[in-house]
Design a protein around this ligand. Structure first.
Ligand code: FE2
Ligand code: FE2
Ligand code: ZN
Length: 514
């Protein structure tokens, strides 16, 4: 590429330092070295047209990352030495971190593995370097999150077995199956799913709730991680956009394939984010913004502009986008209500929102909260105060695709579940929505393999014949400590002790599950 005696420009120089290291093979066939590039139907005419999404060489990568790491670990150390966990708004907040460490950190690690693989599979050397750098960024995220949370793990319950629980606990199969789906797919789908749909389109809906949530609630350790990961994420987003444009420009036959993946991964990502929505509206003692506002800003507005931009490639916005937009006024309430009644089987606590939080919810959800959700919450609150804290001891039906209990409702009627079912090869399968049902129909042979936690409990594969045994022995959730109601929990008690507040009256810790 480089002609002699001519000074290289920035672009050519970077390609000289990356792509020019690779060569055309002679003693092995190209397709034997890169056997995974064709079976998905994607046609790549010329990898040379790949535009580098960023131009970091290894020495600059080491240098900039090292500077970030040094600052990050200095703050983690200071946070621990000064018992920074005592500066959070109140201990209810830590439940967001329990969800984060068991639901999100393990998928950072899965992303590391996924990018390590595609960083081998692509025959374009520029794309390989970009994916390899993302792989080691994700390894960094997985590890720095362990370190950020390690001090909380000493002082609060529910954080002690996160990656173990990720593989087993019913609701953690929601993030786990999401990433397993992406990693069992081919390399181009992996990139469309994770780099584009997740890291580009939906990334702010994951990061802003957790990181701004930490900022609004006095959690220096988590904010610092988020702050430090910002510039990694900027690169990840650039890769996401570059990859989609590159694939679309390579061949017109790629367009319908990519459209199908956009539809699928938008819907799967949206479903996964229902966990984040409830976190944002219910688990943060100091609110950042409502889930509905976040969805409007980061999906409806930003996503709207993006898909407008992609029109020129023949791409339309994701299917069932209208259903997702309408769900913004319901999903956090529906999800929190579900976790409230099943928190005998979670590694975090739930509680009923306080009166001023309910007032905030009424204000943020003027069309829906008072009409559909407040009465139920006030009823449960009253029951709880009378010593009958509600736990649902009948396990829920799960969606065959997203694995969330089928708690979601019809777009035009929030009093009717959007349950769907079909028969496939003599077996019956159930879904939370048309979005999940379509995904199944496209690849039933994939989703019939799903390890559905509730089914596996009934199959006897989870170490116990009743939920209490499964929770304790198979999930490693410590009964009465990690799980159930926040009020009266050891975390709550410890928090009152830290703040020098008086102990709880005995009547309130007796609200045990059956
Ligand atoms: Fe990450
Ligand atoms: Fe990322
Ligand atoms: Zn579903």
């Amino acid at each position: 590429m480089a002609s002699k005696n001519k000074k290289l420009n920035l672009k050519d120089k970077y390609q000289y330092l990356t792509r020019d290291m690779a060569w055309e093979p002679t003693y092995e066939k190209h397709e034997d070295i890169y056997p995974d590039e064709s079976f998905e139907g994607i046609k790549i005419i010329n990898w040379d047209q790949w535009e580098d999404p960023f131009r970091l060489t290894m020495d600059t990568y080491w240098k900039y990352q090292a500077e970030k790491e040094k600052k990050l670990y200095a703050i983690f150390d200071a946070f621990a030495q000064n018992n920074g966990q005592q500066n959070i708004t109140d201990a209810r907040y830590v439940n967001a971190l329990k969800l984060f460490l068991s639901g999100i950190s393990p998928v950072e690690y899965a992303a590391y593995q996924g990018y390590a693989r595609v960083g081998r599979q692509f025959s374009g050397a520029g794309a390989r370097v970009a994916c390899q750098m993302q792989a080691i960024d994700e390894l960094r995220h997985a590890q720095t999150q362990q370190h950020a949370m390690s001090h909380y793990n000493k002082h609060f319950n529910g954080l002690h077995d996160a990656s173990y629980q990720h593989d087993r606990v019913w609701f953690l199969s929601v993030p786990k199956s999401f990433f397993d789906d992406a990693r069992s797919a081919g390399p181009f789908e992996f990139l469309t799913a994770i780099s584009f749909s997740f890291e580009y389109v939906l990334t702010n809906l994951l990061f802003v709730p957790f990181m701004s949530g930490a900022a609004y609630n006095g959690d220096m350790a988590t904010v610092t991680f988020g702050f430090s990961a910002q510039s990694d994420e900027a690169r990840h987003m650039t890769l996401g956009l570059e990859v989609i444009k590159f694939i679309l420009e390579q061949h017109e036959d790629n367009v319908p394939i990519i459209q199908k993946w956009i539809d699928k991964w938008f819907w799967r990502g949206f479903r996964l984010l229902s966990l984040v929505g409830m976190m944002m509206d219910y688990m943060l003692p100091n609110k950042v913004m409502s889930w509905a506002e976040a969805w409007e800003m980061y999906y409806e507005q930003s996503g709207g502009a993006l898909f407008k931009d992609l029109e020129r490639y023949g791409i339309r916005p994701p299917k069932y986008q209208d259903v997702a937009n309408a769900a913004k006024n319901h999903s956090s309430h529906q999800t929190w209500a579900t976790f409230y009644q099943y928190s005998q089987a979670t590694n975090f606590h739930t509680w009923m929102p306080q009166e001023e939080e309910m007032a905030w919810l009424s204000e943020k959800y003027p069309e829906t909260f008072d009409k559909y959700y407040r009465d139920r919450f006030e009823h449960w609150d009253k029951e709880q105060k009378e010593g009958n804290r509600f736990y649902n001891n009948t396990l829920p039906q799960l969606c065959q695709v997203c694995q969330i209990p089928t708690i979601m409702t019809e777009k035009d009627d929030p009093t009717v579940f959007s349950h769907r079912q079909i028969k496939h090869e003599g077996e019956r399968y159930h879904f939370c929505s048309d979005g999940c049902c379509d995904i199944f129909k496209n690849e039933p042979e994939k989703y019939i393999q799903a390890w559905m936690p509730v089914h596996q409990i009934y199959q006897g594969n989870c170490g116990g014949a009743d939920v209490a045994t499964v929770v304790e022995k198979y999930y490693h959730i410590v009964p009465g400590v990690d799980n159930m109601e926040y009020i009266g929990s050891p975390d709550h008690q410890r928090w009152l002790d830290i703040k020098g507040l008086k102990p709880l009256s005995a009547s309130r810790d007796k609200t045990a599950a059956a």
